[in-house]
Write a protein that binds this ligand. Structure first.
Ligand SMILES: Cc1cc2nc3c(=O)[nH]c(=O)nc-3n(C[C@H](O)[C@H](O)[C@H](O)COP(=O)(O)OP(=O)(O)OC[C@H]3O[C@@H](n4cnc5c(N)ncnc54)[C@H](O)[C@@H]3O)c2cc1C
Length: 369
Protein backbone atom coordinates (compact mmCIF):
# COMPACT_ATOMS: atom_id res chain seq x y z
CA UNK A 1 0.00 0.00 0.00
CA UNK A 2 1.33 3.46 -0.91
CA UNK A 3 0.36 6.49 1.16
CA UNK A 4 0.52 9.79 -0.75
CA UNK A 5 1.26 13.03 1.08
CA UNK A 6 2.48 16.49 0.16
CA UNK A 7 5.31 16.60 2.74
CA UNK A 8 6.81 13.75 4.72
CA UNK A 9 9.13 14.49 7.65
CA UNK A 10 11.66 11.92 8.85
CA UNK A 11 12.73 12.38 12.47
CA UNK A 12 10.63 13.71 15.37
CA UNK A 13 13.33 15.50 17.35
CA UNK A 14 13.24 19.30 17.82
CA UNK A 15 13.80 20.18 14.16
CA UNK A 16 11.40 17.72 12.52
CA UNK A 17 8.71 18.58 15.06
CA UNK A 18 9.18 22.32 14.39
CA UNK A 19 8.83 21.75 10.64
CA UNK A 20 5.61 19.79 11.25
CA UNK A 21 4.15 22.61 13.34
CA UNK A 22 5.09 25.27 10.78
CA UNK A 23 3.67 23.30 7.83
CA UNK A 24 0.47 22.49 9.75
CA UNK A 25 0.11 26.17 10.62
CA UNK A 26 0.17 26.89 6.90
CA UNK A 27 -2.57 24.32 6.32
CA UNK A 28 -0.24 21.94 4.51
CA UNK A 29 -0.67 18.16 4.45
CA UNK A 30 2.14 16.62 6.50
CA UNK A 31 3.12 13.29 8.04
CA UNK A 32 6.00 12.92 10.52
CA UNK A 33 7.69 9.55 11.14
CA UNK A 34 9.76 9.10 14.29
CA UNK A 35 11.73 5.94 14.86
CA UNK A 36 11.47 5.75 18.68
CA UNK A 37 8.66 6.21 21.21
CA UNK A 38 7.54 9.68 22.30
CA UNK A 39 9.88 11.14 24.92
CA UNK A 40 12.84 8.89 24.02
CA UNK A 41 16.36 9.85 25.14
CA UNK A 42 18.40 8.36 22.29
CA UNK A 43 19.00 11.55 20.30
CA UNK A 44 19.75 15.22 20.97
CA UNK A 45 16.44 16.83 21.99
CA UNK A 46 15.67 15.34 25.39
CA UNK A 47 16.01 16.85 28.86
CA UNK A 48 14.45 19.80 30.67
CA UNK A 49 16.91 22.54 29.74
CA UNK A 50 18.78 24.20 26.89
CA UNK A 51 20.41 27.61 26.87
CA UNK A 52 18.58 30.25 24.88
CA UNK A 53 21.94 31.91 24.52
CA UNK A 54 22.02 35.17 22.54
CA UNK A 55 25.80 35.45 22.34
CA UNK A 56 26.21 35.48 18.57
CA UNK A 57 27.60 38.18 16.29
CA UNK A 58 26.92 36.55 12.88
CA UNK A 59 23.94 38.46 11.36
CA UNK A 60 22.30 35.25 10.09
CA UNK A 61 22.16 33.73 13.56
CA UNK A 62 21.23 37.03 15.23
CA UNK A 63 18.24 37.45 12.89
CA UNK A 64 17.23 33.84 13.61
CA UNK A 65 17.33 34.55 17.36
CA UNK A 66 15.03 37.57 17.03
CA UNK A 67 12.57 35.44 15.04
CA UNK A 68 12.89 32.48 17.43
CA UNK A 69 12.00 34.63 20.44
CA UNK A 70 8.74 35.61 18.73
CA UNK A 71 7.96 32.06 17.59
CA UNK A 72 8.64 30.49 21.00
CA UNK A 73 6.03 32.87 22.46
CA UNK A 74 3.55 32.01 19.69
CA UNK A 75 4.00 28.30 20.41
CA UNK A 76 3.52 28.93 24.15
CA UNK A 77 0.30 30.86 23.47
CA UNK A 78 -1.00 28.21 21.10
CA UNK A 79 -0.31 25.34 23.52
CA UNK A 80 -0.83 27.23 26.77
CA UNK A 81 2.60 26.08 28.01
CA UNK A 82 5.67 27.83 29.40
CA UNK A 83 8.75 26.83 27.40
CA UNK A 84 11.21 29.74 27.54
CA UNK A 85 12.28 31.42 30.79
CA UNK A 86 14.31 34.59 30.21
CA UNK A 87 16.57 34.24 33.25
CA UNK A 88 19.44 35.98 31.43
CA UNK A 89 22.90 34.62 30.57
CA UNK A 90 26.42 35.61 31.65
CA UNK A 91 29.45 35.26 29.41
CA UNK A 92 32.91 35.48 30.91
CA UNK A 93 36.44 34.30 30.27
CA UNK A 94 39.53 35.35 28.39
CA UNK A 95 39.64 35.95 24.66
CA UNK A 96 35.87 36.23 24.15
CA UNK A 97 34.43 38.44 21.34
CA UNK A 98 32.30 40.52 23.75
CA UNK A 99 32.51 43.74 21.72
CA UNK A 100 31.25 42.12 18.52
CA UNK A 101 28.43 40.34 20.32
CA UNK A 102 27.50 43.52 22.21
CA UNK A 103 27.33 45.51 18.96
CA UNK A 104 25.36 42.81 17.11
CA UNK A 105 22.75 42.44 19.86
CA UNK A 106 22.36 46.18 20.50
CA UNK A 107 21.83 46.58 16.76
CA UNK A 108 18.65 44.47 16.89
CA UNK A 109 17.14 45.92 20.05
CA UNK A 110 18.53 43.66 22.76
CA UNK A 111 20.15 45.27 25.82
CA UNK A 112 23.51 43.58 26.54
CA UNK A 113 25.52 44.95 29.47
CA UNK A 114 29.15 44.73 30.51
CA UNK A 115 29.60 44.15 34.27
CA UNK A 116 32.70 44.17 36.44
CA UNK A 117 33.73 41.00 38.26
CA UNK A 118 32.71 42.57 41.59
CA UNK A 119 29.26 43.58 40.36
CA UNK A 120 28.64 40.14 38.84
CA UNK A 121 29.95 38.34 41.91
CA UNK A 122 27.57 40.26 44.13
CA UNK A 123 24.59 39.54 41.88
CA UNK A 124 25.30 35.86 41.23
CA UNK A 125 27.31 34.54 44.22
CA UNK A 126 26.99 30.90 43.06
CA UNK A 127 29.26 31.55 40.06
CA UNK A 128 32.94 32.57 40.29
CA UNK A 129 33.80 35.08 37.56
CA UNK A 130 37.06 35.05 35.65
CA UNK A 131 36.90 38.36 33.80
CA UNK A 132 34.45 41.19 33.22
CA UNK A 133 31.07 39.81 32.20
CA UNK A 134 28.85 40.29 29.17
CA UNK A 135 25.31 39.95 30.54
CA UNK A 136 22.43 39.37 28.11
CA UNK A 137 19.15 39.76 30.04
CA UNK A 138 16.84 38.57 27.26
CA UNK A 139 18.62 35.23 27.09
CA UNK A 140 17.35 32.28 29.09
CA UNK A 141 16.46 28.61 29.27
CA UNK A 142 14.21 26.49 27.07
CA UNK A 143 12.58 23.26 28.30
CA UNK A 144 13.54 20.73 25.59
CA UNK A 145 11.16 17.90 26.49
CA UNK A 146 8.18 20.22 26.85
CA UNK A 147 9.06 21.98 23.57
CA UNK A 148 9.17 18.81 21.46
CA UNK A 149 5.91 17.69 23.03
CA UNK A 150 4.25 21.08 22.45
CA UNK A 151 5.38 21.22 18.79
CA UNK A 152 4.02 17.74 18.07
CA UNK A 153 0.73 18.34 19.93
CA UNK A 154 0.19 21.69 18.17
CA UNK A 155 0.98 20.16 14.76
CA UNK A 156 -1.37 17.22 15.40
CA UNK A 157 -4.15 19.54 16.55
CA UNK A 158 -3.82 21.33 13.21
CA UNK A 159 -4.11 18.06 11.25
CA UNK A 160 -0.56 16.74 10.99
CA UNK A 161 -0.13 12.96 11.33
CA UNK A 162 2.60 12.28 13.93
CA UNK A 163 3.77 8.66 14.13
CA UNK A 164 6.18 7.19 16.69
CA UNK A 165 7.91 3.83 16.42
CA UNK A 166 8.02 4.17 12.59
CA UNK A 167 11.61 4.08 11.31
CA UNK A 168 12.12 5.07 7.68
CA UNK A 169 14.42 2.60 5.96
CA UNK A 170 15.08 4.01 2.48
CA UNK A 171 14.60 7.15 0.37
CA UNK A 172 14.22 6.83 -3.41
CA UNK A 173 14.07 9.96 -5.57
CA UNK A 174 11.72 9.53 -8.55
CA UNK A 175 12.06 13.04 -9.99
CA UNK A 176 11.92 16.73 -9.04
CA UNK A 177 8.42 16.45 -7.62
CA UNK A 178 8.31 12.90 -6.28
CA UNK A 179 10.13 10.81 -3.70
CA UNK A 180 9.41 7.39 -2.21
CA UNK A 181 10.12 6.51 1.41
CA UNK A 182 10.06 2.95 2.69
CA UNK A 183 9.20 1.80 6.16
CA UNK A 184 8.77 -1.79 7.33
CA UNK A 185 5.00 -1.62 6.97
CA UNK A 186 4.13 1.18 4.56
CA UNK A 187 5.44 2.91 1.44
CA UNK A 188 5.09 6.68 1.24
CA UNK A 189 5.11 8.80 -1.89
CA UNK A 190 5.61 12.54 -1.29
CA UNK A 191 6.18 15.78 -3.21
CA UNK A 192 8.79 16.79 -0.61
CA UNK A 193 10.62 14.88 2.15
CA UNK A 194 12.28 16.74 5.05
CA UNK A 195 15.14 14.71 6.53
CA UNK A 196 15.86 15.77 10.13
CA UNK A 197 17.49 12.63 11.49
CA UNK A 198 20.16 14.20 13.71
CA UNK A 199 22.91 11.68 14.43
CA UNK A 200 21.35 9.28 11.90
CA UNK A 201 21.41 11.72 8.95
CA UNK A 202 24.15 9.90 7.07
CA UNK A 203 22.35 6.55 7.43
CA UNK A 204 19.67 7.61 4.90
CA UNK A 205 21.31 10.47 2.96
CA UNK A 206 24.77 9.07 2.14
CA UNK A 207 24.98 8.91 -1.68
CA UNK A 208 21.72 10.82 -2.08
CA UNK A 209 22.75 14.36 -1.08
CA UNK A 210 26.25 15.94 -0.86
CA UNK A 211 25.97 16.49 2.89
CA UNK A 212 29.24 17.78 4.45
CA UNK A 213 30.90 15.21 6.71
CA UNK A 214 28.93 15.10 9.96
CA UNK A 215 30.69 13.96 13.15
CA UNK A 216 28.54 12.42 15.88
CA UNK A 217 29.84 12.72 19.43
CA UNK A 218 28.43 11.47 22.72
CA UNK A 219 28.37 14.51 25.02
CA UNK A 220 28.29 14.18 28.81
CA UNK A 221 27.28 17.23 30.83
CA UNK A 222 26.04 16.73 34.37
CA UNK A 223 23.61 18.23 36.85
CA UNK A 224 25.30 19.21 40.12
CA UNK A 225 23.21 19.64 43.25
CA UNK A 226 22.40 23.31 43.81
CA UNK A 227 23.89 24.59 47.09
CA UNK A 228 22.86 28.23 46.60
CA UNK A 229 19.43 29.17 45.25
CA UNK A 230 19.31 32.56 46.96
CA UNK A 231 19.40 34.18 43.53
CA UNK A 232 18.01 33.47 40.04
CA UNK A 233 20.70 31.49 38.24
CA UNK A 234 21.40 32.84 34.76
CA UNK A 235 22.71 30.60 32.04
CA UNK A 236 26.48 30.79 31.74
CA UNK A 237 29.19 30.51 29.10
CA UNK A 238 32.79 30.41 30.29
CA UNK A 239 35.52 30.71 27.70
CA UNK A 240 39.29 30.48 28.09
CA UNK A 241 42.58 30.73 26.21
CA UNK A 242 44.05 27.24 25.78
CA UNK A 243 47.49 26.95 27.39
CA UNK A 244 46.75 29.45 30.14
CA UNK A 245 48.22 28.22 33.46
CA UNK A 246 45.54 26.75 35.73
CA UNK A 247 43.33 25.75 32.79
CA UNK A 248 45.29 22.70 31.71
CA UNK A 249 42.45 20.34 32.69
CA UNK A 250 39.91 22.21 30.57
CA UNK A 251 38.58 20.29 27.59
CA UNK A 252 36.72 23.17 25.95
CA UNK A 253 34.69 26.25 26.91
CA UNK A 254 31.99 25.46 29.49
CA UNK A 255 28.26 26.13 29.23
CA UNK A 256 25.57 25.68 31.81
CA UNK A 257 22.33 26.71 33.45
CA UNK A 258 20.01 25.95 36.34
CA UNK A 259 17.51 23.17 35.55
CA UNK A 260 14.65 23.51 38.06
CA UNK A 261 14.33 20.37 40.15
CA UNK A 262 17.52 18.84 38.76
CA UNK A 263 20.36 21.19 39.72
CA UNK A 264 23.09 23.20 38.03
CA UNK A 265 23.92 21.79 34.60
CA UNK A 266 27.47 22.21 33.32
CA UNK A 267 29.19 20.66 30.33
CA UNK A 268 32.21 20.66 28.05
CA UNK A 269 31.27 21.51 24.47
CA UNK A 270 31.76 19.15 21.55
CA UNK A 271 34.61 17.04 22.95
CA UNK A 272 32.80 13.77 23.66
CA UNK A 273 33.91 10.48 22.02
CA UNK A 274 32.95 9.99 18.36
CA UNK A 275 30.21 7.36 18.28
CA UNK A 276 27.88 5.34 16.07
CA UNK A 277 24.44 6.44 17.34
CA UNK A 278 23.20 2.85 17.24
CA UNK A 279 26.11 1.57 19.34
CA UNK A 280 26.54 4.03 22.22
CA UNK A 281 27.52 3.42 25.83
CA UNK A 282 25.29 6.17 27.29
CA UNK A 283 27.91 6.41 30.04
CA UNK A 284 30.35 9.24 30.76
CA UNK A 285 33.99 9.06 29.91
CA UNK A 286 35.52 9.00 33.45
CA UNK A 287 38.38 11.47 32.99
CA UNK A 288 36.16 14.06 31.34
CA UNK A 289 33.69 13.72 34.21
CA UNK A 290 36.47 14.17 36.79
CA UNK A 291 37.61 17.32 34.97
CA UNK A 292 34.03 18.61 34.90
CA UNK A 293 33.69 18.02 38.65
CA UNK A 294 36.95 19.94 39.17
CA UNK A 295 35.49 22.75 37.10
CA UNK A 296 32.40 22.80 39.35
CA UNK A 297 34.61 22.76 42.44
CA UNK A 298 36.72 25.70 41.22
CA UNK A 299 34.17 27.86 39.38
CA UNK A 300 30.66 27.04 40.70
CA UNK A 301 30.64 27.67 44.46
CA UNK A 302 26.83 27.45 44.35
CA UNK A 303 26.94 23.82 43.16
CA UNK A 304 28.08 20.59 44.87
CA UNK A 305 30.83 18.91 42.79
CA UNK A 306 30.34 15.62 44.62
CA UNK A 307 26.57 15.24 44.18
CA UNK A 308 25.71 14.98 40.49
CA UNK A 309 23.68 13.22 37.82
CA UNK A 310 25.28 12.36 34.50
CA UNK A 311 23.59 13.22 31.17
CA UNK A 312 24.20 11.54 27.80
CA UNK A 313 23.26 13.15 24.50
CA UNK A 314 24.53 13.40 20.91
CA UNK A 315 26.02 16.31 18.98
CA UNK A 316 26.01 16.11 15.17
CA UNK A 317 28.54 18.61 13.93
CA UNK A 318 29.49 19.83 10.44
CA UNK A 319 33.09 20.80 9.55
CA UNK A 320 32.43 24.54 10.15
CA UNK A 321 29.90 23.95 12.98
CA UNK A 322 27.21 25.76 10.98
CA UNK A 323 23.90 24.03 10.31
CA UNK A 324 23.04 22.28 7.03
CA UNK A 325 19.70 23.54 5.67
CA UNK A 326 19.14 23.03 1.96
CA UNK A 327 17.22 21.21 -0.78
CA UNK A 328 18.05 19.07 -3.81
CA UNK A 329 14.99 18.19 -5.91
CA UNK A 330 12.31 16.77 -3.56
CA UNK A 331 14.76 16.11 -0.70
CA UNK A 332 15.29 18.71 2.06
CA UNK A 333 17.91 18.27 4.78
CA UNK A 334 18.13 19.82 8.22
CA UNK A 335 21.23 18.61 10.06
CA UNK A 336 24.42 19.53 11.90
CA UNK A 337 22.79 21.39 14.80
CA UNK A 338 25.63 20.34 17.06
CA UNK A 339 25.35 21.78 20.58
CA UNK A 340 23.76 25.09 19.59
CA UNK A 341 20.62 24.29 17.60
CA UNK A 342 17.84 24.12 20.14
CA UNK A 343 17.39 27.84 20.75
CA UNK A 344 16.67 28.30 17.02
CA UNK A 345 14.21 25.40 16.75
CA UNK A 346 11.04 27.23 15.62
CA UNK A 347 13.01 29.36 13.15
CA UNK A 348 14.62 26.23 11.70
CA UNK A 349 11.09 24.84 11.33
CA UNK A 350 10.11 27.94 9.34
CA UNK A 351 13.22 27.65 7.11
CA UNK A 352 12.52 23.93 6.44
CA UNK A 353 8.87 24.68 5.60
CA UNK A 354 10.00 27.45 3.22
CA UNK A 355 12.38 25.00 1.51
CA UNK A 356 9.36 22.82 0.60
CA UNK A 357 8.23 25.79 -1.51
CA UNK A 358 11.75 26.16 -2.96
CA UNK A 359 12.38 29.31 -0.89
CA UNK A 360 16.15 29.07 -0.19
CA UNK A 361 17.73 28.97 3.26
CA UNK A 362 20.47 31.45 4.24
CA UNK A 363 23.68 30.75 2.23
CA UNK A 364 25.57 30.08 5.49
CA UNK A 365 23.75 26.72 5.64
CA UNK A 366 24.07 25.66 1.98
CA UNK A 367 25.14 22.11 1.09
CA UNK A 368 27.85 23.29 -1.27
CA UNK A 369 29.22 26.17 0.88
C1 LIG B 1 24.24 17.74 25.85
C2 LIG B 1 23.63 18.72 24.90
C3 LIG B 1 23.47 20.04 25.31
C4 LIG B 1 22.94 20.98 24.42
N1 LIG B 1 22.77 22.26 24.86
C5 LIG B 1 22.21 23.16 24.02
C6 LIG B 1 21.95 24.49 24.50
O1 LIG B 1 22.21 24.82 25.66
N2 LIG B 1 21.40 25.38 23.62
C7 LIG B 1 21.07 25.02 22.32
O2 LIG B 1 20.59 25.88 21.58
N3 LIG B 1 21.29 23.76 21.86
C8 LIG B 1 21.85 22.84 22.68
N4 LIG B 1 22.05 21.56 22.24
C9 LIG B 1 21.78 21.23 20.84
C10 LIG B 1 20.37 20.78 20.54
O3 LIG B 1 19.82 20.02 21.60
C11 LIG B 1 20.36 20.02 19.22
O4 LIG B 1 21.01 20.79 18.24
C12 LIG B 1 18.96 19.66 18.74
O5 LIG B 1 18.26 19.00 19.75
C13 LIG B 1 19.05 18.81 17.48
O6 LIG B 1 17.76 18.39 17.13
P1 LIG B 1 17.53 17.38 15.91
O7 LIG B 1 16.05 17.36 15.68
O8 LIG B 1 18.43 17.73 14.78
O9 LIG B 1 18.09 15.98 16.43
P2 LIG B 1 17.34 14.78 17.28
O10 LIG B 1 16.61 15.31 18.41
O11 LIG B 1 18.40 13.77 17.56
O12 LIG B 1 16.26 14.21 16.22
C14 LIG B 1 16.54 13.27 15.24
C15 LIG B 1 15.39 12.25 15.34
O13 LIG B 1 15.43 11.36 14.22
C16 LIG B 1 14.96 10.10 14.68
N5 LIG B 1 15.35 9.08 13.72
C17 LIG B 1 16.60 8.55 13.54
N6 LIG B 1 16.57 7.62 12.53
C18 LIG B 1 15.28 7.59 12.08
C19 LIG B 1 14.62 6.86 11.03
N7 LIG B 1 15.28 5.98 10.27
N8 LIG B 1 13.29 7.09 10.83
C20 LIG B 1 12.60 7.97 11.62
N9 LIG B 1 13.17 8.69 12.61
C21 LIG B 1 14.49 8.50 12.83
C22 LIG B 1 15.64 9.96 16.04
O14 LIG B 1 15.01 8.99 16.83
C23 LIG B 1 15.49 11.38 16.60
O15 LIG B 1 14.31 11.54 17.38
C24 LIG B 1 22.57 20.59 23.11
C25 LIG B 1 22.71 19.26 22.70
C26 LIG B 1 23.24 18.32 23.59
C27 LIG B 1 23.41 16.93 23.11
Amino acid sequence: MTTRVDTLILGGGAMGSAAAWELARRGREVILLERFASGHTNGASHGASRNFNLSYSDPTYVAMLVEALQLWRELEDETDTRLLDQVGLVNHGQGQPFAEVHAALSGVGFDPTMLSVAAAQERWPGIRFDTEVLYTPEAGRVNANASVDALQRAAARRGARIEHGRPATRITVQGDESVLVDTDTELFQARRVIVTLGAWTSSLLDGLLPVPRLVVTQEQPAHFAALDTSFVWPGFNHGYRPGTPGYEYWRSPVYGMHTPGEGIKAGWHGVGPVVDPDHRTFTSEPEQLLALRRYAREWLPGADPDVFTEISCTYTTSPDSNFVLDRRGPVIVGAGFSGHGFKFTPTVGRILADLTLDIPAPPLFALDR
